[in-house]
Ligand binder design. Structure first.
Ligand SMILES: *Cc1c(COP(=O)(O)O)cnc(C)c1O
Length: 487
């Protein structure tokens, strides 16, 4: 156990204590201003803590233990797919032959890397049912923007400049309207019906000759499958628009169905969610985009191609391309991991991933559905949304429940999203968790609902066992303190 209250490293500082022991200088010592020039010298030396090596090691070890990740606990953050990633894919991405190459090298000297990327493009085409794939985008949102720029280029190539709107359901991930806006479109909302699905009548009302695209994930952000997807795609196509698939969370459908078969024209994937890329901490990610043939000329360049002589290279001769969207060819290391993952899992394995993700989510939903309000009485896909409205009536908010979960060593689910659901808790267990883990989580969550009835203050004042108690989140956002100052 680390002592949570041990003094921070600044308080432990003692003058002239050092964490290193270097041999004595055996060359003449030069004054600092001679070495860096007087203009660059600071007036006062920085206030670094002066500590021993042991104190330094303990400081960083203590900090590292305060981190929470999927490698040390259950992390059911809905719409984020915080799943365990096989470590062998990390090993493969670190192989010398893959890490010691440079994108400026001659094509002939990086044939293996190019073949790997080429095969990955093909694998992702197969998984999504698309005709061509670019690996350049660096994240989901970047993929969305790229896909929308492709759709814009397509309409403009047809002399169709009046398509200024992108239709997005009110349950969509927040990046969808943001990407539409950054791509220069106006985001138009289509309502959801009482079953949490796209309201077809409302869609008919908003789809017209100004519609550039509909962005829709399926299963949607409530974890529900849009059963009318073909009708939805028809409505948009008849209006002359394109249908965009947000494929961030493909572990709901991989190997079972494909966006390309549902009538979609463009899809992005999050390799850092579904395909083993480590997730969190801000990246790097990879958000490849797949398109149907009609949109292929507009893909970013270069694409990785197999030439007639069997070698691999870059296709830069793409006059209608929207251009490059990322330096070089995307986040290579993340793409390597994804390729390793796809090959080790195989087609059957990927299908099993989706089945297990859906099974785990439905198992948890079933275990919790007597204890929370369930806004949609349906089988879910990879995630589901509960409502904490019953607990709210007892004075315990969803935020309190999330904070209380921290006391039991869990990362809380996504909360207050989607906005459609009052006091929402959005839970995504992922395919990599065992039944025992799911049961323990359900038991804790049920115990918290009992506390909400009997001893609500325990939940309202949580967390009790973390390093830091409840934060004033508004103040933290408005007046962030980003620098440690010695008291
Ligand atoms: C995570 C996610 C995104 C955004 O992906 P980033 O890589 O974070 O930009 C978009 N849509 C859905 C449904 C997501 O879950």
């Amino acid at each position: 156990m680390t002592n949570q209250n041990q003094p921070l490293i600044f308080e432990r500082s003692r003058k002239n204590r050092t964490a290193y022991s270097l041999p004595e200088l055996d060359v003449p010592e030069k004054p600092l201003d001679e070495m860096v020039g007087p203009d660059y010298l600071r007036e006062n030396s920085p206030e670094f803590p002066e500590v021993s090596e042991l104190e330094l090691v303990r400081h960083y070890m203590a900090l590292s233990k305060r981190n929470f990740g999927v490698d040390n606990g259950f992390y059911p953050l809905g719409s984020c797919t915080m799943k365990y990633n096989p470590k062998v894919n990390e090993y493969i991405a670190r192989l010398d032959g893959l890490t010691h190459i440079h994108p400026y090298q001659d094509e002939q000297t990086i044939q293996g890397a190019l073949e790997l990327l080429y095969r990955l493009q093909n694998n992702l085409q197969e998984i999504t049912g698309m005709d061509a794939v670019t690996l350049q985008p660096a994240a989901g949102a970047h993929g969305e923007w790229t896909g929308l720029m492709i759709i814009r280029a397509f309409h403009e190539a047809n002399g169709d400049f009046k398509r200024t709107k992108v239709i997005i359901p009110d349950t969509a991930h927040g990046t969808n309207p943001a990407s539409a806006s950054v791509a220069g479109f106006e985001a138009v909302t289509v309502k959801s019906n009482a079953h949490g699905l796209v309201d077809i009548d409302d869609l008919r009302r908003v789809a017209d000759e100004t519609t550039a695209a509909l962005m829709l994930t399926n299963p949607n952000t409530l974890g529900l499958f849009e059963t009318n997807i073909q009708e939805i795609a028809d409505i948009i196509h008849q209006a002359g628009g394109k249908v965009y698939y947000d494929g961030a969370n493909m572990n709901a459908i991989m190997g079972v169905t494909r966006p390309g078969d549902m009538g979609y024209d463009v899809v992005h994937l999050n390799l850092h969610k579904t395909f083993t890329g480590p997730h969190g901490g801000g990246g790097p990610g990879s958000g490849p985009v797949g398109v149907k043939t009609e949109l292929e000329p507009f893909l970013p360049k270069p694409l990785i191609i197999k030439k007639q002589d069997g070698s691999f290279g870059f296709d830069n001769n793409r006059p209608q391309s929207i251009g490059r969207v990322k330096a070089f060819y995307g986040n290579f290391g993340i793409n390597v991991r994804a390729y390793a993952y796809i090959r080790t899992m195989g087609g059957k394995g990927l299908k099993q991933v989706s089945k297990d993700a859906v099974l785990n989510a439905n198992y948890l939903l079933k275990r919790l559905s007597d204890h929370f309000d369930t806004p949609f009485k349906r089988i879910c896909k990879h995630e589901f949304v509960l409502s904490g409205s019953r607990q709210k009536n007892l004075g315990v908010r969803t935020l309190d429940i999330a904070k209380r979960l921290l006391d039991f060593g869990y990362y809380p689910p996504t909360i207050y999203f989607p906005l459609l659901v009052d006091e929402a808790l959005m839970i995504e267990p992922t395919e990599t968790e065992s039944k025992e883990t799911l049961d323990a989580f359900a038991d804790h969550l049920i115990a918290i609902t009992e506390e909400a009835e009997n001893t609500p203050e325990i939940v309202q004042e949580a967390p009790h066992h973390t390093v830091i108690g409840r934060l004033d989140e508004t103040r933290a956002a408005r007046h962030p303190v980003l620098r440690y100052r010695k008291q």
